[in-house]
Design a protein around this ligand. Structure first.
Ligand code: ASP
Length: 331
C-alpha cells in the first residue's frame, strides 16, 4: 500500500460556522475520518501545519509547506495538501518553483463547501487527491472537481461553484471520474526533486486601469525590488502621465519588472503594438507571455531569492519550470 503524507493548512474544507463566519477548525484527522474510503486506498500520516483561511497565507507559509515536504520526502510516495481555494493557485505556483523536477505527486486540494455540509465537494476532492497522490504523475498539481491542473497553470476562476479552478493556456493533465484516472499528460520530472528555500517577498503587482497615475507606479517602484505589471491586451504601457519615464527610472535603479496582461487567456506579446514595442526595445524588462499572473509573481520571488542581476534573472525567468512558460523565445 502506498504511503501518503497529508499536510493540513486550513481553508473552507476544514471550516466550521462561527458567529463571525466560516473559520478553519477541523484538523486533518477529522477530515480523513469523514472519508473512510481514503483509508482503504493508502496509508496516511498527517501533519497539521496551519489552520488558516488561505486569504491569510503568505510566502512564509509556502516556504513552510515546502520545508515539510522536504523533511518527509523520503518516507512517502506522495503528498496531499489540504488548502483554502482563494490563494491555492499562488501556493501551487510557489511550490512549483520551490520543489522542482519532483517525481512524486504533490497534490493540493480543498473545497468550496465545508466537509460536513450535506452538499459538499470536499469528500470527492479529497478522495480524488489521494487517488492521484497514489497513482498520478509527479510534480505540483491541483486536483479539484475531477480535474488535475498543473501547479504553474492554475487559476481560481469561479468564486462559488464546484468548478473553481481552470488551467490557463495549458490543457488539464488528467481527469478523475468515479475513481478512474485518465492521465492525458504528465510533467517531466528528474530522479529526485530540487528544493529551494529562499523567496524575495519584496515583490508587488500593479494592475493598470485607464488613467493610472504616475505617482502610483513611482510609489510601487520605490517600495518594491520587483514589480509585475498587468497591462491591457497583448501588452504595452499607456503613453500618457509619463509612465514610461517612471518605469525607465525604476529599471535604471535595478528594479526587476515583469510585463504581463490582465486578459486571462492567450498571454502577452509586446512586439505587436507601438505601446509595447517601445517598452520592449528600449528597457531591460521581462515579459510573462503565456504565464499566469500567479506564476509570474511567484517566479519573480523565486529568482530574486537567487539574483538581482538582470541577465541572470532573464535566464531564470525564461527557462521553463513545470511548463510555466512556453511562448518565450528569449534565452
Ligand atoms: N476563504 C476560503 C479559503 O481560501 C475559501 C475556500 O477555501 O474555498 O481558505
Amino acid at each position: 500500500m502506498k504511503r501518503i503524507l497529508m499536510i493540513g493548512t486550513g481553508g473552507t474544507i476544514a471550516s466550521d460556522i462561527t458567529p463571525e463566519g466560516l473559520v478553519p477548525e477541523l484538523n486533518t484527522e477529522q477530515l480523513l475520518a469523514a472519508v473512510p474510503r481514503i483509508g482503504e486506498m493508502c496509508r496516511v500520516d498527517c501533519i497539521q501545519l496551519y489552520a488558516l483561511d488561505s486569504t491569510n497565507l503568505r510566502p512564509e507559509h509556502w516556504l513552510g509547506i515546502a520545508r515539510a515536504v522536504r523533511a518527509h520526502y523520503a518516507d512517502y510516495d506522495g503528498f496531499v495538501i489540504s488548502h483554502g481555494t482563494d490563494t491555492m493557485a499562488y501556493t501551487a505556483a510557489a511550490l512549483s518553483y520551490l520543489i522542482q523536477d519532483c517525481p512524486k505527486p504533490i497534490v493540493l486540494t480543498g473545497a468550496q463547501k465545508p466537509i460536513w455540509f450535506d452538499s459538499t465537494d470536499s469528500k470527492r476532492n479529497l478522495t480524488d487527491a489521494f487517488l492521484y497522490a497514489c497513482r498520478g504523475g509527479g510534480g505540483v498539481q491541483i486536483v479539484f472537481n475531477g480535474k488535475v491542473i498543473l501547479g504553474t497553470r492554475a487559476r481560481k476562476t469561479y468564486s462559488k461553484s464546484f468548478q473553481a479552478f481552470s488551467s490557463v493556456n495549458y490543457p488539464d493533465l488528467a481527469v478523475i471520474q468515479d475513481e478512474h484516472l485518465l492521465q492525458y499528460l504528465t510533467c517531466s520530472a528528474g530522479a529526485a526533486p530540487v528544493f529551494y528555500d529562499a523567496l524575495e517577498t519584496n515583490v508587488g503587482l500593479l494592475k493598470l486601469i485607464p488613467g493610472t497615475d504616475r505617482a502610483l507606479l513611482d510609489f510601487m517602484l520605490d517600495r518594491y525590488a520587483g514589480l509585475v505589471i498587468e497591462s491591457f491586451g497583448v501588452g504595452g504601457l499607456p503613453e500618457y502621465n509619463d509612465l514610461y519615464e517612471s518605469l525607465r527610472s525604476g529599471v535604471e535603479r535595478g528594479r526587476l519588472i515583469v510585463m504581463t496582461t490582465q486578459v486571462p487567456n492567450e498571454g502577452s506579446d509586446l512586439t505587436v503594438y507601438h505601446v509595447g514595442v517601445r517598452l520592449k526595445s528600449t528597457l531591460r524588462l521581462l515579459e510573462a507571455y503565456d504565464m499566469t499572473t500567479e506564476a509570474a509573481v511567484c517566479k519573480l520571488m523565486w529568482l530574486m531569492g537567487q539574483t538581482r542581476d538582470f541577465r541572470a534573472a532573464e535566464q531564470l525567468f525564461y527557462r521553463p519550470v513545470a511548463q510555466d512558460i512556453l511562448y518565450a523565445t528569449e534565452t
